[in-house]
Design a protein around this ligand. Structure first.
Ligand code: ZN
Length: 140
C-alpha cells in the first residue's frame, strides 16, 4: 500500500481531469483527442467511487463556465488578429474575424466541454468534492 504524503496539486488535477476527492481517478473515460468519445464520463470515480454528477442536472451549470471560456476564445482570437494585422500589415475584414472565431470555437469544443465540467465539479461540488487524503492513499 502506497501512502501519499503530499496533497496533489489542484491545478494539475484539474489539468489531468482527475477526481476532486481522491485526485487519482479519471473523470472522463477517453482522451480529449478521441473525437468520437471525448464527452463520455465515468458515472463514478474508478478510484474512490465519488459520484461526479452530484445532483440531477448538475452539469447544466457547466454551460455557463463553457460560455465564459468561449468568450475568452473569441477575445483571444480577435486580439491576435488585430496584433498580427498590425505587425504584418495585412488588411482585415469582418469575414476574417467571423471565420477565425468559428474555426477556433470548433477546434476548442472538446477542451471547452471537458474543462467546463471539471471546473464545475471542483468549484461547485461542495464539501463532498473536497480533497480527502485518506481516500487518496487507500486505493494504491
Ligand atoms: Zn476519486
Amino acid at each position: 500500500m502506497k501512502t501519499i504524503n503530499h496533497k496533489p496539486s489542484t491545478f494539475l488535477s484539474i489539468a489531468n481531469c482527475q477526481c476532486p476527492r481522491c485526485r487519482q481517478g479519471n473523470i472522463f473515460t477517453h482522451s480529449t483527442f478521441n473525437l468520437a468519445q471525448f464527452t463520455k464520463m465515468n458515472e463514478r470515480c474508478p478510484s474512490c467511487n465519488f459520484k461526479f454528477e452530484i445532483e440531477p442536472g448538475f452539469f447544466v451549470g457547466a454551460m455557463y463556465i463553457g460560455y465564459a471560456m468561449s468568450i475568452a476564445v473569441f477575445t483571444t482570437v480577435c486580439v491576435a488578429i488585430v496584433i498580427l494585422s498590425n505587425f504584418f500589415g495585412f488588411a482585415t475584414s469582418v469575414m476574417m474575424y467571423v471565420s477565425s472565431i468559428i474555426i477556433a470555437t470548433i477546434v476548442m469544443i472538446p477542451i471547452n466541454f471537458r474543462y467546463s465540467r471539471v471546473l464545475m465539479i471542483y468549484w461547485f461540488g461542495g464539501e463532498q468534492a473536497k480533497y480527502n487524503p485518506e481516500l487518496a492513499s487507500q486505493n494504491k
